[in-house]
Structure formats: C-alpha cells, structure tokens
Write a protein that binds this ligand. Structure first.
Ligand SMILES: [Zn+2]
Ligand SMILES: [Zn+2]
Length: 370
C-alpha cells in the first residue's frame, strides 16, 4: 500500500477542485480502506458544487471531498472485519459496494431500526479532508469506510459500470418504492429520466407496476427510459402545459391517474404537477428536492380530499443495498444497465466532468482514478 494517495479537494461552490496527496490511513478495527474503481457524479454532488445544497447545514467542514456513489476494491481491512453483510468471507482484493453513510447502531433512531434517522450519522461531503482519515469522499484514489457500514461483495459478472450506481441512485429508488408500498398492477409516473429516473422505471416494473410513464425534457433520456421498461413517455417540450401532461396521465391510466408519482428531478416546481397526476389514494414520493429554500404553492385540500399523501425519502436502510445488488444480478442481461455510466473521466479532469454532468451532456459522469 502506498504512503499517499490523491483526493480532489472541494473548497466551496464556484471554486476549482484541488488535487492533493494525502497520507493513506490504516483502517481502525471494523473499518475498511477502499481503492476507488469508479465514482459517479450524483445530483447531490452537483447541488453541493453549485452551493444549492449547503454542506454546512449538515455540519460540514471545508475543504472536503465530494462523491458518494461508487464502487471499489478492498485494500486494507480493519481488525475484526472478516465477512460482508451477506456473511461471505471478505478479503483484500475483493470488489465491493457499501453504504456511503454509516449509522452508529446505538442511538434512538438506529435502535428503532431506522438508521436513516441516526443522530450520529457519518457521511461523505461533510467531513474535513484535512483531518484523518482524509479520504472522506469518493473523488480520490481511496475511500475510508467507517466501522458499522454495510459492505457487500459485488456479485460475479457485474462490472463496475453496472454496480457503481448501486449505493446511491438505485438503492434510493428501491427505498422510495418500499416506503410508498408500491403494489402489483399499480400505475407509476417518474418525474425525471436521469440516472435515478431510469433505475426507478426498471425497479417499478420489477415491483409489478402495470404502467410506468417517464416524464423528461431530453428526448435521448426518454428513449433510454423506454429501453428500461417505460410503457409510455412524455416529452415536456412537446407537451409544455403541465395540465395537459396531467390529462395525458389520466388517459394512460383509464381516467384514474397514477397510484405513485416519484420525483427525481430536484426542482420543487414539478411537485404540484406530480400531485395533480395522482389518483385517489395516490402517493407522491419526493426524492430529488434536497435543497433547503425551494418552495412550491400547495393547496392541502388536493391531498386531503383525495386521500393523497406526500412521502419524503432520504437515504435508505442498509439492507436495501443488498436488494439493489440482487436486482443488478437478475436484470443485467435484460436491461442496458452498463449504459448508465455514459462517460468516464480521470480524476485530474474532475472540473470538466462536473461541467459536463451539470450541462446534462452526459447521463452519469464517472471519475475513474486508476
Ligand atoms: Zn447520490
Ligand atoms: Zn445511530
């Protein structure tokens, strides 16, 4: 193991990243040092880069290292860590995926089985990279996985391009459908056909949805959504009136509307439209709007009188990552999952990668440090 490795330091919005060598940490008991194989740029990384997602609000300290959606190889195992979350033997050299956030397992939230509400949650983007263990985000040669994280070996035959999105985007949408209790034969609308939206489309079909409609403004993404199983797509540019779009959803669902609408756009402006698209007893699942300060106009009677609900979903319970891996194993022949990572960049080109991801020139940009 080399003495040092690179990280791309994030000094704040609108500032270029700085590549710096940092001392490589020896893992403490229960921790793991990962050599990063592939680290995607997720919507929340872009929000942080723009300053729309204020890291200080999470107790964050700069400079930090962004990036959390990743896969890598075990480089060093802390004492006592011998098996993965499925009980399989874990060794140096194993390809793995892991929850990027870690609950303490001992607080009120964790003890109630809700690690997403852990009061001592540790996660990337929030820790200073100046302090040990330095490798606190995915955009570097290494990533330090704290004790108590759920680590899974990557199933054989699942390449980095396919597994890289498992620990954020894919797990997040599975968690969303579990939270709203999506059932067989229901109708689903996905607002946004980026990385999360494409996973959501495929996962909704896997849950047994009879009708999945993807809504986006980019024709290429909608074409991809069809390949991920969407039964219909709506291009916002072709149907610019939100009321007309809601009407189209009604027509596609025998006049009833969608049982579930999932928002993975990250723009509060789409929320009223999504609520309008819901059928009676419909559930609106909000995932993308993580930025404080965004608002939308709401008439509560639209929820109350139709028994509709709004379910906010942030993070996921660790076992969901195991389900995500099994999903990838099961569907990798049927779905173009490897096309989700549409462009790879070396770590030194991180500024360019962020610009291209931001301008939606690429579906999911990935940094490949090695
Ligand atoms: Zn993410
Ligand atoms: Zn806890």
């Amino acid at each position: 193991m080399p003495d040092t490795g690179r990280v791309a330091l994030f000094h704040g919005p609108a500032k270029p990243f700085e590549i710096r060598e940092m001392p490589v940490p020896d893992p403490e008991p229960g921790a793991t040092l990962i050599k990063v194989s592939m680290a995607n740029i997720c919507g929340s990384d872009l929000h942080a880069w723009h300053g729309r997602f204020v890291l200080a609000g999470l107790g964050g300290v700069l400079p930090t290292v962004l990036g959390h959606e990743m896969t890598g190889v075990v480089t060093a195992l802390g004492q006592g860590l011998t098996r993965d979350a499925d009980g399989l033997p874990l060794a140096e050299g194993d390809r793995v995926t892991f929850t990027y956030f870690t609950g303490c397992g001992q607080c009120y939230g964790c003890l109630r089985g809700k690690r997403t509400s852990c009061s001592n949650l540790s996660m990337p983007m929030t820790q200073s990279a100046e302090a040990w263990p330095h490798f606190v985000g995915a955009y570097g040669d290494y990533f330090y996985v704290r004790p108590n994280a759920a680590i899974y070996k990557v199933p054989e035959g699942v390449p980095d391009e396919v597994v890289a999105g498992a620990n954020c985007a894919l797990s997040q949408v599975i968690a969303g459908f579990e939270r709203c209790a999506l059932r067989f034969d229901e109708a689903v609308v996905i607002q946004g056909a980026g990385g999360l939206g494409l996973y959501a489309t495929a996962v909704a079909k896997a849950f047994g949805a009879r009708m999945v409609v993807a809504v986006d403004a980019v024709a290429d993404r909608l074409e991809m959504a069809s390949r991920f199983g969407a039964d219909a797509t709506i291009n916002i540019n072709e149907l610019p009136d939100p009321k007309a779009r809601a009407k189209q959803i009604k027509q596609l669902t025998d006049g009833r509307g969608a049982d579930v609408v999932m928002e993975v756009v990250g723009d509060a402006a789409v929320v009223p439209e999504g609520i309008r698209m819901l059928a009676q007893h419909g559930r609106y699942v909000g995932i993308g709007c993580i930025n404080a300060g965004q608002t939308y106009e709401a008439d509560p009677s639209r929820l109350v009188m139709a028994n509709k609900s709004f379910i906010g979903v942030a993070l996921y319970e660790p076992d969901v990552l195991g389900k995500a891996l099994r999903f990838l194993s099961r569907y990798r022949e049927q779905l173009p999952l490897d096309e989700l990572v549409s462009r790879k960049f070396p770590l030194t080109e991180i500024d360019d990668a962020f610009r291209k991801a931001d301008q939606r020139e690429v579906l999911r940009a990935s940094l490949v440090p090695h």
